[in-house]
Write a protein that binds this ligand. Structure first.
Ligand code: TLP
Length: 346
């Protein structure tokens, strides 16, 4: 199987498995796990934040952030296709009791004028605008990179209105590598940041939430409330340390593989891929021009050994990662071309 459904499907490396087996551990609810402490310190140093908190997943990190920033009935400005709004099972509503204000963006960027217009003024009828969320890279926008100057402008606007910014950086390292911007520069534009160790960096489990020491102290209690207080979590932190220290620079290879795939798909006339929009490791391919349905296309690819994901009414998502080789990208292109040809004949 060539599994291009997501960059979450990678197997832990041999070094990661060894690190898990030999990790020095303690009870992290007592904050006595030295490997967790090392991971949190390393992440905080890399992102230039005071403190970090190991959480079970990107979703948990995002939702702990919302719970820490927002009180019930307050409003959160989000991009309309953002993961925190679109894919987290309505948790901002069910857990934080937050009201969301989704605003459409262009390649993940909500126009600044729209953000400013959506910020609530003082009025007895209005909820308080308590948080602005950004996502970089932006998943549903096809791994789009939010440029640093845009993020700096949002930060300035938010500061002017004294509203905190949360950055869903599940793939922030992908953005940093693609834009050649230090990850700390991106992190500096947000009050809290969530990064995933399991998306393209190869760790089997875990994300980190980062912010000021005071914010992380409060977030730790919300993590406990959500059942995310883990005991000998060093076995998770140990591969996470390898993810942060050894797996970041190689993301450029995943971006190259995505380019190779996108260029190949773009040569198939029945498919539509905007190669210029492939900035990182996600390729969106519009299959609306095919004689077969998107379901049938994805199923047929799977039957022939290529796993992809349906992403909306007409888009198929292909995500590259370290467990897929250049040769497998070429094999994928051959299989896709065959399936498209067969669909035209039938
Ligand atoms: N995204 C997954 C799916 O949920 C769609 C994927 O395969 O891409 N933020 C962003 C931007 C994400 O892409 C994801 C995962 C998360 C948060 C949530 O992370 P997990 O799955 O660890 O809860």
């Amino acid at each position: 199987m060539i599994d291009l459904r997501s960059d979450t499907v990678t197997q832990p490396t041999v070094a990661m498995r060894h690190a898990m087996a030999t990790a020095v551990v303690g009870d992290d609810v007592y904050q006595e796990d030295p490997t967790v402490a090392k991971l949190e310190e390393t992440a905080a140093r890399m992102l230039g934040k005071e403190a970090a908190l190991l959480v079970t997943s990107g979703t948990q990190g995002n939702q702990v952030a919302v719970l820490t920033h927002v009180r019930p009935g307050e409003e959160v400005i989000v991009e309309a296709d953002a993961h925190i709004f679109y894919y987290e099972a309505g948790a901002m509503a069910s857990l934080a009791g937050a009201q969301t204000r989704p605003l459409p963006g262009l390649r993940g960027q909500i126009p600044l004028t729209d953000i400013e217009a959506a910020i609530r003024g003082q009025n007895i009828h209005f909820p308080r605008t308590a948080l602005i969320c950004l996502e970089n890279t932006h998943n549903r926008a096809g791994g789009a990179v939010l440029p640093l100057p845009y993020m700096q402008e949002v930060a300035e606007l938010a500061k002017k209105h004294q509203i905190p910014v949360h950055l869903d950086g599940a793939r922030l390292f992908h953005a940093a590598v693609a834009a050649q911007v230090p990850v700390s520069a991106y992190a500096a534009t947000a009050d809290s940041v969530q990064i995933c160790l399991s998306k393209g960096l190869g760790a089997p489990i875990g994300s980190l939430l980062l912010g000021t020491s005071d914010f992380i102290d409060r977030a730790r209690q919300w993590r406990k409330a959500l059942g995310g207080g883990m005991r000998q979590a060093g076995v998770i932190a140990a591969p996470g340390l390898i993810a942060l220290t050894e797996m970041v620079d190689r993301l450029a290879q995943d971006h190259d593989k995505a380019q190779r795939l996108a260029r190949g798909l773009a040569q198939i006339p029945e498919l539509s891929v905007d190669v210029a929009k492939v900035e990182t490791n996600i390729v969106l391919c519009d299959v609306g021009g095919l004689a077969m349905s998107i379901d049938a296309f994805v199923d047929e690819l799977e039957r022939r050994g290529v796993r992809t994901a349906e992403f909306g009414a007409a888009n198929v998502r292909f995500v590259t990662h370290f467990d897929v080789s250049e040769q497998q990208i070429d094999e994928t292109l051959e299989i896709v071309a065959d399936v498209v040809k067969a669909s035209a004949r039938s």
